[in-house]
Design a protein around this ligand. Structure first.
Ligand code: CA
Length: 84
Protein backbone atom coordinates (compact mmCIF):
# COMPACT_ATOMS: atom_id res chain seq x y z
CA UNK A 1 0.00 0.00 0.00
CA UNK A 2 1.66 3.20 -1.11
CA UNK A 3 -0.91 5.41 0.63
CA UNK A 4 -2.31 6.88 -2.59
CA UNK A 5 -5.84 5.83 -1.66
CA UNK A 6 -6.06 3.09 -4.25
CA UNK A 7 -4.80 -0.43 -4.66
CA UNK A 8 -2.73 -1.34 -7.71
CA UNK A 9 -2.39 -4.85 -9.11
CA UNK A 10 1.05 -5.09 -7.50
CA UNK A 11 -0.39 -4.09 -4.13
CA UNK A 12 -3.18 -6.63 -4.51
CA UNK A 13 -0.60 -9.33 -5.27
CA UNK A 14 1.27 -8.43 -2.09
CA UNK A 15 -1.98 -8.44 -0.11
CA UNK A 16 -3.07 -11.84 -1.36
CA UNK A 17 0.49 -13.09 -0.83
CA UNK A 18 0.30 -12.06 2.82
CA UNK A 19 -3.03 -13.85 2.99
CA UNK A 20 -1.29 -17.08 2.07
CA UNK A 21 -3.10 -17.46 -1.23
CA UNK A 22 -1.67 -20.36 -3.24
CA UNK A 23 -1.42 -18.18 -6.35
CA UNK A 24 -1.45 -14.51 -5.25
CA UNK A 25 -1.13 -13.13 -8.78
CA UNK A 26 -4.17 -15.12 -9.88
CA UNK A 27 -6.24 -13.88 -6.95
CA UNK A 28 -5.04 -10.33 -7.47
CA UNK A 29 -5.94 -10.32 -11.16
CA UNK A 30 -9.36 -11.85 -10.49
CA UNK A 31 -10.03 -9.38 -7.70
CA UNK A 32 -8.94 -6.47 -9.85
CA UNK A 33 -11.08 -7.64 -12.78
CA UNK A 34 -14.13 -7.89 -10.52
CA UNK A 35 -13.61 -4.60 -8.71
CA UNK A 36 -12.03 -2.30 -11.30
CA UNK A 37 -15.22 -0.75 -12.69
CA UNK A 38 -13.50 2.15 -14.48
CA UNK A 39 -10.67 -0.05 -15.84
CA UNK A 40 -7.84 2.21 -14.68
CA UNK A 41 -5.86 -0.76 -13.39
CA UNK A 42 -6.34 -0.05 -9.68
CA UNK A 43 -9.05 -0.34 -7.02
CA UNK A 44 -10.10 3.04 -5.63
CA UNK A 45 -12.48 3.84 -2.80
CA UNK A 46 -15.59 3.60 -4.98
CA UNK A 47 -14.56 0.12 -6.11
CA UNK A 48 -13.39 -1.24 -2.79
CA UNK A 49 -16.81 -2.69 -1.94
CA UNK A 50 -16.57 -5.07 -4.88
CA UNK A 51 -13.06 -6.13 -3.84
CA UNK A 52 -14.31 -6.85 -0.32
CA UNK A 53 -17.19 -8.89 -1.74
CA UNK A 54 -14.68 -10.94 -3.74
CA UNK A 55 -12.47 -11.47 -0.69
CA UNK A 56 -15.54 -12.47 1.33
CA UNK A 57 -15.97 -15.45 -0.99
CA UNK A 58 -12.41 -16.51 -0.11
CA UNK A 59 -13.04 -16.57 3.64
CA UNK A 60 -12.90 -14.48 6.83
CA UNK A 61 -9.08 -14.47 7.32
CA UNK A 62 -8.67 -12.84 3.93
CA UNK A 63 -11.36 -10.30 4.77
CA UNK A 64 -9.37 -9.20 7.80
CA UNK A 65 -6.39 -8.15 5.73
CA UNK A 66 -8.54 -6.44 3.12
CA UNK A 67 -10.34 -4.45 5.79
CA UNK A 68 -6.94 -3.38 7.09
CA UNK A 69 -6.02 -2.19 3.59
CA UNK A 70 -9.39 -0.52 3.23
CA UNK A 71 -9.04 1.35 6.48
CA UNK A 72 -5.68 2.75 5.31
CA UNK A 73 -7.31 3.91 2.09
CA UNK A 74 -10.17 5.49 4.04
CA UNK A 75 -7.73 7.27 6.33
CA UNK A 76 -6.00 8.70 3.28
CA UNK A 77 -9.33 9.83 1.86
CA UNK A 78 -10.26 11.55 5.12
CA UNK A 79 -7.04 13.54 4.92
CA UNK A 80 -8.03 14.63 1.41
CA UNK A 81 -11.53 15.65 2.52
CA UNK A 82 -10.18 17.53 5.53
CA UNK A 83 -7.87 19.64 3.37
CA UNK A 84 -10.78 20.97 1.30
CA1 CA B 1 -10.47 1.49 -10.90
Amino acid sequence: MNQDGRLSLEELKQAFGHLGAAVPAYRAILGLCKADANHDGSVDMDELDELVKYAYQLGPPKLTVLFRLASKAVDKQKIGIGSN
